[in-house]
Design a protein around this ligand. Structure first.
Ligand code: SF4
Length: 425
């Protein structure tokens, strides 16, 4: 039977059945408040890209009116920021934000996975994941992505392999934004935190999962867990928000109780070190700055106080906060694979984010997400006056008196590559 003519294909019926309750919870309410906070909708103004449409598609699929080929592209238009879930009155009325909330991000992930299963792949995502599996790390611009380079950033830092605590370094940071993990490692050393690096570090598998490639994500995760097991690791420090979400939410789903590692984000570790006087920030940074909340840290995991505490501890830095501080924070447009498949939409969302920073009359936008940094940097440089984008940990390192030879995201992107082109390489 061919779905799309009112007759329901069994695979489609099974998929729609899995998401049925979530979809009807949204579809029957019809209030569509989420459109006002959805970063993609704000840019495209296309109803097919709204969280409501993501749920309505499931209902139509259940009735045999649409098939996955008809709607797979709709689901690309989501950064998985989670704003819709927080804005949804169905969540608010339940009164318990994190226990009974609308799960639009899960619907998006599930429908993307179904698209992959049914052969309705998105071309750039497919190339990206194939390249990741080939090299075991994500494709990153024109930089050679290979195991022999995975720790080049740590040259001369005298870091051990393995140990109780391991610093997990994101692919983009390990191969391209190399000054960031270097700054993080030096700050941790200065604060007296003992840690090592992975023996053989593969991609965390998070991006593959976000794009719908579940088996591939799990394959990468299994390798990483085996590596931690082999080196006696019990605690992970992550420096990248997507890794943090993947390790705290998806790895436990993959491995159940076998995933018994503690996962912490470096912002919490550093804020604590400053609070306890183990890390002193003494070198002034005379800039006017605001902070970009990465969606996965703030909206998804509630980490928004630690970075503000850190920024306020930097002498000379004038910090001007956005009005949307907690769960209503703005998105960069870089997450959920959107930048790989639809880079122009990511660019427009980043530009919108920079416009909000410009309203505060700042010269610095501080991020804590290496993936958001590239589109934000491009948007910042395009502004007049320009707004520089820096990672918070590099500022911490500078203020702690460490030398940071920054690798500038703009310099490389203007040399002819985008993330999407990198995927095709
Ligand atoms: S706010 Fe929630 S229930 Fe309402 S339309 Fe959006 S996703 Fe659906």
């Amino acid at each position: 039977m061919e779905p799309g003519n009112g007759q329901v294909d069994p695979a489609h019926a099974e998929q729609a059945g899995k998401l049925r309750d979530l979809a009807y919870g949204c579809f029957s309410s019809g209030h569509k408040f989420c459109r006002n906070v959805c970063p993609v909708m704000q840019v495209t103004q296309n109803e097919n890209h709204s969280p409501t449409a993501f749920h309505a598609n499931v209902v139509a699929m259940e009735q045999g009116l649409l098939k996955i080929d008809d709607v797979a592209d709709d689901y690309v238009h989501c950064t998985q920021c989670g704003a819709c879930e927080l804005r949804c009155p169905n969540t608010l009325m339940a009164g318990e934000f994190y226990r009974a909330r609308t799960r639009t991000v899960d619907v998006v992930k599930s429908m993307r996975a179904f698209a992959v299963e049914q052969g309705a792949d998105r071309p750039n995502w497919k190339r990206w994941v194939e390249a990741t599996l080939e090299h075991k790390n994500e494709p990153v611009l024109d930089v050679p992505v290979a195991q022999e380079n995975v720790r080049t950033w740590a040259k001369d830092l005298d870091l051990p392999i393995g140990g109780e605590t391991v610093l997990f370094v994101d692919c983009e940071a390990a191969f391209y934004r190399t000054s960031l993990p270097r700054a993080v490692a030096q700050v941790l050393q200065l604060a007296g935190v003992e840690f090592g690096l992975m023996g053989e570090q593969w991609c965390c598998g998070g991006p593959a999962l976000e794009m719908g490639y579940v088996d591939q994500s799990r394959f990468l995760a299994e390798h990483n867990l085996a590596d931690w097991r082999a080196t006696g690791t019990k605690r992970l420090i992550t420096l990248e928000p997507h890794d943090y979400v993947h390790f705290t939410e998806d790895y436990p789903r993959y491995f159940g109780d076998d995933f018994d590692l503690e996962v912490v984000h470096v912002l919490d570790v550093v804020a604590e070190a400053i609070r306890e006087g183990r890390l002193e920030l003494t070198v002034p940074i005379p800039r006017v700055a605001t902070y970009h909340d990465p969606c996965r840290l703030n909206k998804r995991k509630g980490i928004h106080q630690a970075p503000r505490e850190i920024l306020r501890a930097i002498p000379g830095l004038e910090f001007r906060d956005v009005d949307h501080v907690t769960q209503w924070s703005y998105c960069s447009g870089a997450g959920g694979g959107l930048m790989i498949e639809k880079p122009h939409i990511t660019a427009a969302i980043s530009d919108q984010r920079l416009a909000r920073a410009a309203e505060l009359d700042v010269d610095l936008l501080v991020s804590a997400c290496v993936w958001s940094e590239r589109p934000l940097t491009n948007a910042g440089y395009a502004r007049d006056p320009q707004i520089e984008v820096r990672d918070i940990m590099e500022l911490v390192a500078e203020s702690a008196g460490l030398q940071v030879d920054r690798v500038d995201g703009h310099a490389a992107t203007t040399h002819g590559s985008t993330a999407a082109e990198g995927a095709q390489a």
